[in-house]
Design a protein around this ligand. Sequence first.
Ligand code: TXA
Ligand code: MG
Length: 528
Amino acid sequence: MSGGKLMKTKILKPTAGGIAEAGEIIKNGGLVAFPTETVYGLGANALDEKAVSKIYAAKGRPGDNPLIVHIAEKEDILPLVKEVTPQARALMEAFFPGPLTIILPKSDKIGKTVSGGLDTVGVRMPLNPIARAMIKAAGVPVAAPSANTSGLPSPTNAGYVIEDMRGKIDAVIDGGSCEFGIESTVLSLAGEVPVILRPGAVTREMLSEVIGRVDIARAVTCGMKDGETAASPGMKYKHYAPRAKIVIVNAPKDKYERFVNSQSGAFALCYEEDDVKIPRVTFGREGDDLSQSHALFDALRRLDELGAKKVYARNPRLEGVGLAVYNRLIRAAAFCVIDLEKPFLIGLTGQTGAGKGYVSQKLAGMGYNIIDADKVYREMTESDPVLLGVLRREFGEEIFENGALCRERLAALVFSDPERLGRLNAAVHPLILERCESLARFPAVLDAPQLFESGGERLCARVLCVTAPQELRLRRITERDGISQTAARQRAASQLSEEYLTENSDFTVINDGRDIISQLIRFKEELL
Ligand code: TXA
Ligand code: MG
């Protein structure tokens, strides 16, 4: 694009003439989108830094995210890298041409625009004959990322390329839909042990058969924390994200069906054979990873076309090509997963006087089943033989009166002695949590003042905390419990800090007079 003006984007046919024209455009420093067996690429002459910089501009791509260089013949790799190692050679024999990108230390021919400033380069020889013919016609190696606007799903047909790139690139070759539908496996051979930076249709199992040990980068399945450095810069950016909010639902078919069929106003992103009554878009068949990869990005784009706002997706399995499908979907979902295999609990906690009880009431009014950990504890101290047995063993007969637990005596015994208090908590917290968990019926809230101290947050899919300014909290406790300012301060000081709670919770409700319901609705929209 020059001077911000839109150019005319030509749609070329995959004929000898169309391919020759595309090659000519690339040779002359232009941009052409082209089909590959994975997704459409947005190509430029990899040896022309100016041409390459236009790719970043057209996609809105951060400059530190390197591009893959595409070649037409195996030996075309030689000038691009420092050395083709024996491992690289073996992998090229096995998987070139195909959906595998290998990363090696780069030669001086590769400029820093292509490499995003790294000293390595990713090289791939596509299987798609149109892609290879175009690279041949260009007569140069072709740098090409996926042909989408940065952050959106990769395009799997020419129509999707046009949606994102019309007016920003010289041409697109329309070669129909892509066979695999997700991008190539990216394998780094630049370190001591080969590492998969991005999973794809060439699976770890397939790679291991050729070169033995292959590791998988942690970021493949986990989110990256702020400030964590990525082996592959692409992993740190928001990715594949449609406008709709996607939530992955981990559950077997029947449980998933029951769950989505009770959701109104949402879409299902499910398998073809799933019995789903709400509006749905499918991505392949269960147990058939390749059908899923083929359909996934198309499905994500269709959800936006249909105006979906909230989408509940099936959880792909983590093996074979399923790992690659999961890797894309979990990013599209911004790592939001509801696990129906575990009781789905929302933890609710807060400092004394913050107004947790009030928030709990509001959540009950919104239809949540509240499990009150304090109440569960009180009930268990009345009648639970296991809990009473544990207390008798730890603290002796003196805390009992006529066979019943005397809570005042127990309190007197432990509250002046931190060691005893620690022993009490260690003994009873697991029992209380176990009972709370057994009481959980979706959608449930575990209301627990000591949620973090007891380890209860580990049972919770999401944690909500309630905070209020200190003055307000102290006033509330002195008024409610009739205790002195000093006693109120002491009680507050023995609890986890507001900072700790906020940092370790998924959402903070601020209870200083502002509207609670609207905050809870925002929590529900953002995190459930
Ligand atoms: O299937 C594919 O690989 C497609 C088609 C067009 O070939 N291309 C593609 O490119 O997906 P792109 O740029 O969308 O994704 C390349 C990924 C990015 O995550 C990038 O950070 C990573 O590969 N990558 C590229 N060069 C790298 C390098 N030298 N070191 C580490 N990661 C690299
Ligand atoms: Mg991409």
